[in-house]
Design a protein around this ligand. Structure first.
Ligand code: 4FV
Length: 232
């Protein structure tokens, strides 16, 4: 998979793309991430990428020309999605990450800034994505969130692919509690069933814990889960 990021701040991505599992995955060629700066596509001597909003109002708006030129400078590797990260987008979740990771060869991510991008950019955008109902100062953090979530699902990133499918949301439920050594810490004991070696009982305990956690913390997810179970 090729991920092309249209960003005014390429350096923002440096360290996060070098660290941990993501760094290893990119070194292994699981995916390639290219950083393209729209400022390199400006034609005026001051390299303006933003301007004042028509109709007045505070803040600045990202100009269409540098963004169009940056996107149109890229090869087209179908199937591709051109994604604008913005609070107006569909909310990112595990289902959307899985869809992007499995159905596309190329993702082009446009990072907004200031008040946003000129609305005419919508003409080259195929999908608008939000990471949640809140407002950040930049689109780079949402872009990095999407990149991390997608690369995590690509073959070769995580050691055991089972660990992906055992994770939160994969089965529509929150994850079960995890424990490691020591068996007792400050008087707090690891649930004996987990040290029993009885994998059938361990699986039953973990599923029960998933149901309890989802019911308590995310009744909205539990409602969907029950519905899906009924329809299955
Ligand atoms: C955002 C979000 C977000 C809004 C104006 C950057 C900021 C500036 N993007 N999910 N929440 N973007 O807050 O995706 O463009």
């Amino acid at each position: 998979m090729q991920i092309d990021v249209i960003t005014l701040f390429p350096s923002f991505f440096q360290t996060p793309l070098e660290c941990g599992l993501m760094g290893k995955a990119l070194n292994k060629g699981v995916a390639t991430v290219n950083l393209i700066n729209p400022r390199d596509f400006t034609t005026d001597k001051h390299h303006h990428v933003d301007d004042i909003p028509y109709g007045g109002g505070v803040g600045m708006v990202l100009k269409p020309e540098p963004i169009f030129a940056a996107v149109e400078s890229l090869p087209i590797l179908p199937p591709r999605e051109v994604i604008l990260l913005s609070p107006q987008g569909q909310t990112l979740n595990q289902n959307l990450l899985r869809e992007l990771a499995t159905n596309y060869q190329q993702l082009v991510l446009i990072c907004g800034h200031y008040e946003g991008v000129d609305e005419r950019v919508q003409h080259i955008v195929t999908r608008e994505v939000s990471i949640g109902d809140f407002v950040l100062t930049c689109g780079e953090i949402p872009a990095l969130t999407l990149i991390n979530g997608v690369i995590r699902l690509l073959p070769g990133t995580v050691g055991k692919v089972e660990s992906i499918y055992a994770d939160s949301f994969e089965d529509g439920l929150l994850d079960y509690p995890h424990y490691t050594r020591p068996p007792v810490f400050r008087g707090l004991e690891v649930p004996p069933v987990l040290r029993s070696g009885n994998h059938k009982e361990i699986a039953k305990w973990r599923y029960q814990k998933q149901l309890e956690a989802t019911e308590k913390k995310r009744p909205d997810l539990m409602a969907i889960y029950k519905q899906n179970k009924e329809t299955k």
